[in-house]
Ligand binder design. Sequence first.
Ligand code: DGP
Length: 114
Amino acid sequence: MSDCLFCAIVAGDIPANIVLQTDTVLAFHDVQPQAPTHILVIPKQHFADLAAVAAADPTLAADLMLAAAEVAHTVQLDQAGYRLVVNTGVDGGQSVYHCHVHVLGGRGLQWPPG
Ligand code: DGP
């Protein structure tokens, strides 16, 4: 999709620190980390949010969750634990309207979040 930041990352037009790539998903470090480790997992195909992914392609939604778990293992978050966050819409704090799963960890995370 034109004018989509994350589509530009998928296309290689904007650089990213990539952690994992499959046929369907891409994972890369967030440029504004909110935790010692903060990685974004996105579908390569453009969807505005996770609900749109799940409605159109439930297998792709599962791919995102599997990739998030694989990423957590790769960066060694899986032993201590980590948090997955999917901000959706304005009140959810979504700023980039290309579906993404935040993988956060590397310290004890406050719950409920501030
Ligand atoms: P959200 O607020 O849930 O839509 O999260 C969007 C995230 O995207 C936010 O944590 C910052 C991150 N981000 C914004 N621009 C870039 C970029 O150009 N590169 C990378 N790697 N991350 C970005």
